[in-house]
Design a binder for this molecule. Structure first.
Ligand code: ATP
Length: 197
């Protein structure tokens, strides 16, 4: 069974995935895999250059982070980039899934719904945390990021209300309820659910 896990910036996706991983659940980190595909998949690379220009890569083949950032901060261009990349990530994910033996796997993706990847998983978990908690955590974790940059990213992402509406399960990472307890309960539920797949 394929489980998608998403949530806003700083909500605690990676932290929650770390607990699932500790329970033996294989985790596919879509953001990391996408970055790796930008470098290693030659077809994707040439499609990116064809669409957005040579400036996407530096002469030594590294990705031009400033260009990628600028594209992703624009709603229309960001959508175009995600639409182009998504089929490659999907194929890579399916290949990875075919090698797993655990009853269920988790695909961690910051833009699961925005990229349409929710349609490629069987059930979705969203991690939710209050706005000020997310902002504080990101400021502490990424000291090089300005508050404006963090707020811009938050504004591009789905609202908490929308995430709750579109998800099957919610993990509240707001210090009011133990996240470990929530994940342990969810793990039992997902193991049961996976027997139907
Ligand atoms: P991003 O979208 O930027 O990848 P994320 O949703 O994966 O973020 P994490 O990296 O897991 O979020 O968490 C953001 C920061 O908040 C990290 O420094 C993490 O250690 C911290 N954090 C997450 N959950 C908690 C918690 N329950 N208590 C304290 N700190 C937390």
């Amino acid at each position: 069974m394929k489980v998608g896990l998403t949530g806003g910036i700083g909500s605690g996706k990676s932290t929650i995935c770390g607990i699932f991983e500790w329970l033996g659940v294989p985790i596919y980190n879509a953001d990391l895999q996408t970055k790796s595909l930008y470098l290693t998949n030659h077809i994707l690379k040439s499609e990116l250059i064809e669409t957005f220009g040579e400036k996407m890569y530096s002469p030594n083949g590294e990705i031009n982070k400033i260009e990628f950032k600028s594209i992703l901060s624009d709603k229309t261009l960001g959508k175009r980039l995600n639409e182009l990349v998504h089929p490659f990530v999907f194929a890579n994910f399916e290949n990875w899934v075919s090698k797993q033996t655990h009853p269920y796997v988790i695909k961690e993706a910051a833009i699961l719904f925005e990229s349409g990847a929710d349609a490629t998983v069987d059930t979705v978990i969203s991690v939710i945390a209050p706005f000020d908690v997310k902002l504080k955590r990101i400021k502490q974790r990424d000291s090089q990021r300005s508050e404006t940059e963090i707020l811009n990213i938050m504004n591009l992402q789905l609202s908490e209300e929308e995430l709750i509406k579109r998800s099957d399960y919610i993990v509240y990472n707001d210090s009011s309820e133990s996240v470990i307890k929530q994940v342990l309960a969810l793990n039992i539920e997902l193991l049961q659910k996976s027997t139907h797949f």
